[in-house]
Design a protein around this ligand. Structure first.
Ligand code: MG
Length: 455
């Protein structure tokens, strides 16, 4: 290594949702050790860090390295073991620990793993906090703790029963609903069925044994991965189907007819039920605006990523926040996105107001299309400058232009378009919604032609 490299800026390790990548090449023992050491260095001796992991084959391996790093720096590990991400966030908050670390790659394929760090209120680490960790790792300014101050490990896995009790006290569900839950063989495999049974639901489970090979389905809860769940809901005449991603900070629902709920419609339905001021990201459709308008609520938009949603909830004292992917934050419970609580919210709603398919029928629909256009890294800024100037004039009756994350325009009839650069890949992303799928397709053609002319 030459001196220039030594003095170079610390490389970025954290992406939009923690660290994620291939085990062994991108997410390594050295990396987990480095995160443990840097956390301990920054927090200082004697502080407490909750550590949990999802069901991946590399979970114990990475946990051991991370724990070693934390202990070396003199911090103590509160080990919660296999746990959904929201339990790690909740435990950190409940105990008043100084940080939480979840070892997970969320919905990524089995070959991947990752690390995400949480604050003491259960909120994801902000960008500047992640940057501080990256710098300690890069410059190796780790604390050397003397032998008598090396940290200790305490098992806190029993806290999961308190989590379930607190969730059930937070929400009001009566016994009687039949629910099929598909845990993807992920982190919520034991917890989510147990919670739903304690809530009084008649529960049928799918893929509810933790297994790092994800033999039942891939951990992404997409429509194409949920065939078995949709079939089982119909076959068993259940009221609802629930599916989690690998770490269960997300939840998607299947209605009683076996149809997966549109992300934006479900988000809007729950947001308007909670009411008040709600936060969502720029890539959510106009559905939420129309729903919140009806009840005199307010929508605050933010950049894509759950940490931005959490920051905006804090800043605006919002009652709820969510991304259309099904990552929802319930701030009155905890600042960590919680797919188990999200499931309880949907169950509560169905019990109060009727079958999910009927409830969704009354929510305005804006079929959403997503495409990506090649754009070299060094061209992104220039092209986005042109998009900013020209896109608002490309369509008629534009009533709002948002520049929070890329360029988002809203039209009088509810149609909307978002063009934003990918943070990690050489693309621009077009996301848009139209009153009908035909309208959306026409808008997409026009946007692609427009972008083609700018490059
Ligand atoms: Mg997740």
């Amino acid at each position: 290594m030459n001196y220039n490299e030594n003095n170079s800026e610390a490389p970025k390790l954290f992406g939009t949702s923690g660290i994620r990548g291939k085990v062994g090449s991108e997410v390594t023992l050295e990396l987990a050790l480095g995160i443990g050491r840097s956390l301990s260095t920054l927090l200082g001796e004697g502080h407490r860090i909750v550590v949990g992991y999802d069901s991946r084959t590399s979970n114990k391996m990475l946990e051991s390295a991370l724990t070693a790093g934390i202990l070396e720096g003199g911090c103590n590990v509160l080990s919660i073991g296999l746990a959904p991400t929201p339990l790690v966030g909740y435990a950190t908050m409940k105990i008043g620990a100084d940080a939480g670390v979840m070892i997970t790659a969320s919905h990524n394929p089995p070959q991947d793993n990752g690390i995400k760090v949480w604050n003491r209120n259960g909120m994801a680490y902000r960008a500047h906090q992640e940057r501080a960790l990256e710098k300690v790792i890069h410059y190796k300014t780790f604390t050397n703790t003397s032998w008598e101050n090396i940290g200790r490990v305490k098992d806190i896995s029993s806290l999961s029963s308190l989590y379930i009790t607190d969730l059930l006290n937070f929400i009001n569900i009566k016994p009687g609903l039949k629910v099929v839950v598909d845990c993807a063989n992920g982190a919520a495999s034991y917890m989510s069925p147990l919670l739903l049974r304690k809530a009084g639901c008649d529960v049928i489970t799918l893929n509810s044994q933790p297994d790092g090979f994800f033999p039942g389905r891939m951990p992404e809860p997409s429509d194409k991965n949920l065939g078995e769940l949709k079939k089982m809901v119909k076959k068993s005449k259940a009221d609802l189907g629930i599916a989690h991603d690998g770490d269960a900070d997300r939840m998607v629902a299947v209605d009683e007819k076996g149809v997966m709920a549109e992300f934006d419609k479900l988000l809007s339905l729950v947001a308007s039920e909670i009411g008040g001021r709600v936060v969502t990201t720029v890539d959510a459709s106009s559905t939420i605006d129309l729903c919140m308008d009806k009840i005199d609520g307010q929508v605050i938009r933010t950049e894509v990523g759950d940490v931005h949603v959490a920051e905006a909830i804090e800043e605006h004292k919002a009652s709820f926040g969510g991304e259309p992917s099904g990552t929802w934050i319930h701030p009155d419970f905890c600042m960590c996105p919680d797919g188990l609580l999200s499931a309880l919210r949907v169950i509560e709603l169905v019990q109060k107001k009727g079958p999910l398919s009927q409830l969704l029928k009354n929510v305005p629909s804006f079929p959403t299309l997503r495409e990506r256009i090649d754009c070299k890294e060094d061209q992104k800024n220039l092209v986005m400058e042109k998009v900013k100037k020209k896109l608002p004039h490309l369509f008629e009756s534009v009533i709002k232009v948002d520049l929070i994350d890329g360029v988002r325009i809203s039209m009088k009839n509810g149609n909307w378009i978002l063009i934003r650069p990918s943070g990690t890949e050489p693309y621009l992303r077009i996301t848009l919604g139209g009153k009908t799928i035909e309208e959306a397709q026409k808008m997409m053609e026009r946007c692609k032609g427009f972008l083609g002319g700018l490059m």
